[in-house]
Structures are given as structure tokens and as C-alpha cells.
Design a binder for this molecule. Structure first.
Ligand SMILES: Nc1ncnc2c1ncn2[C@@H]1O[C@H](COP(=O)(O)OP(=O)(O)OP(=O)(O)O)[C@@H](O)[C@H]1O
Length: 247
């Protein structure tokens, strides 16, 4: 396919595990600044799709283009440098470091030689930490040890750590699992804010949350796309009700 304006263009993507196609000739396009939610029953292939995009799993066939660059041959860390951020379900923060330090160590040091030499004390890093801490609602907690944060705050810190790298595509796997109602509300607001500057893909099972945040919803089933469109459209799709929402 020729150049596109999509942030992400996935075409005919397939991955087989011992002959079983967890992702089966899947095609998906994500716009810049789009917040896409992927839903679907257990085992549909949602996590595997994100694994393929970030490079954790290697595709058997097909194409993944990020800003028109083919990703399938690039290593996972190279994709991170290209601007792809991925948050897994369990937070991987440094519990013994402060919130500030967690954000500071996430600043992409390798971007320039100067950055590598001076990153620790640079005003640029401090300024960036401040901006990100405000964005994720942790500006008042910079001096706190991360292990003392609530579950929700830990999730926001990890999102902040990803934002330090200014990703142009951010992928989140069930970001509100285990959160309180108030934390869910704040997370919805946070996700709406951060997609102003990047594309965001969220895997989610909580339909109330999906309704709040999704620009568009993709419903996966057996490694393929079953339906795609507005929440209203997919919610009323008999195929979707049959395999997922009706259960
Ligand atoms: N590394 C692997 N080796 C073999 N099979 C795998 C591997 N990774 C995933 N699968 C299989 O691929 C299918 C899709 O799994 P995946 O975790 O992507 O589904 P999911 O939609 O994310 O489900 P859930 O909502 O339960 O997280 C499942 O049948 C799973 O067992």
C-alpha cells in the first residue's frame, strides 16, 4: 500500500502459534489523534495484536506501518524509539524510587549524545517531569515513594513514564482494572487528554468506560475483526451481541 495519513496501518496481519492463527489476516487503520478501543471475548487475539504492534511477538505474515514505516522487521526497542509506547496490565514502576525519579529515569537518554551526558541534572528533564506529572495528576506527589501510591496512581505513574518518551502511539491493556470509580473517571479524562497529541489504542472490557472514551470501537473475534465503528453501531450489531455483548 502507498503512503497514508494514518498513524497506524495494519494489513493482512497474521500470526500462527503451532498452526493456530491467533491473528488471522487482520486489517486495521488508526488515525492520528484517534482513541480506538478494542473489545472482544477472551482469546479473541486483542493482546496478541498489541504484542505484534510493539514487537513483543513476531508476525508470520502481513504488514504493520507506523507513520508509513514498515515495523515488522524492526526490533522491539527500535519501535519504542520510533514512538510506540505500550503499557501492560501490571504496573512496572520502581517502587523504591520517588515519583519524580520514576519519571526522570524514563526520559529517553539515548536521543542525543548531549542528552546522554547531561540528562541527570538537565533542566530539560526537570521541566518535562513537571509537565508529565501534571498531565497524569501526580504533580503534588513528586517526592513520594512510588510504592506508597494507590493502585490507580501507580497506573497513572506508568502512563506518565511512557509519556516521558513522547510516544506517538500509546497502547494500554485494560488500564482501569482494579481501579475505584473515581479513579476510573480520572483515567477517562486522562486518556481523552493524551490522545490530543497522539494515537491511543486501549483494550477494555468495561463497556461503560468504553462508551466514555472511544472515538471508534473495533470488535475482535477469533483473530479477525467482527465489527468496527461507533460504540452505538457496534453495540447494535447482532453479530457483536451474539459473540460478546449478549453474554
Ligand atoms: N505465545 C503464544 N503461544 C501460543 N498461543 C498463544 C500465544 N499467545 C496467545 N496465544 C493464544 O492466542 C489466542 C489469543 O490470545 P490473546 O491473549 O491475544 O486474547 P485476548 O483477546 O487478549 O484475550 P483476553 O481478553 O482473555 O486477554 C488465545 O487462544 C491464546 O491462547
Amino acid at each position: 500500500m502507498s503512503n497514508t495519513d494514518f498513524a497506524l496501518a495494519v494489513e493482512d496481519l497474521t500470526v500462527s502459534f503451532d498452526g493456530f492463527k491467533a491473528i488471522d489476516a487482520l486489517t486495521l487503520y488508526i488515525d492520528k489523534n484517534e482513541l480506538r478501543v478494542i473489545i472482544g471475548p477472551n482469546g479473541a487475539g486483542k493482546t496478541t495484536l498489541l504484542d505484534l504492534i510493539c514487537g513483543k511477538t513476531k508476525a508470520s505474515a502481513g504488514s504493520i506501518k507506523f507513520k508509513n514505516e514498515e515495523l515488522t522487521k524492526l526490533a522491539e526497542h527500535t519501535r519504542v524509539r520510533r514512538g510506540i509506547g505500550r503499557k501492560f496490565q501490571t504496573p512496572s514502576i520502581y517502587e523504591n524510587l520517588t515519583v519524580f525519579q520514576n519519571l526522570e529515569v524514563s526520559f529517553p537518554k539515548g536521543r542525543s549524545v548531549l542528552g546522554a551526558l547531561f540528562f541527570k541534572c538537565s533542566d530539560e528533564v526537570k521541566a518535562r517531569v513537571q509537565v508529565v506529572a501534571e498531565e497524569v495528576g501526580l504533580a503534588e506527589m513528586l517526592a513520594m515513594e512510588a510504592g506508597l501510591l494507590s493502585h490507580g496512581q501507580k497506573q497513572w505513574l506508568e502512563i506518565g513514564m511512557l509519556l516521558m518518551q513522547e510516544p506517538e502511539l500509546l497502547m494500554l491493556d485494560e488500564p482501569i482494572a482494579g481501579m475505584s470509580a473515581r479513579e476510573r473517571e480520572l483515567t477517562a479524562e486522562l486518556l481523552k487528554r493524551i490522545c490530543a497529541n497522539r494515537a491511543v489504542i486501549v483494550i477494555e472490557h468495561d463497556m461503560d468506560f468504553v462508551k466514555q472514551i472511544a472515538h471508534k470501537v473495533t470488535v475482535m473475534h477469533q483473530g479477525k475483526i467482527l465489527a468496527e465503528g461507533s460504540m452505538e453501531k457496534v453495540q447494535n450489531d447482532p453479530k457483536v451481541i451474539d459473540v460478546y455483548l449478549g453474554h
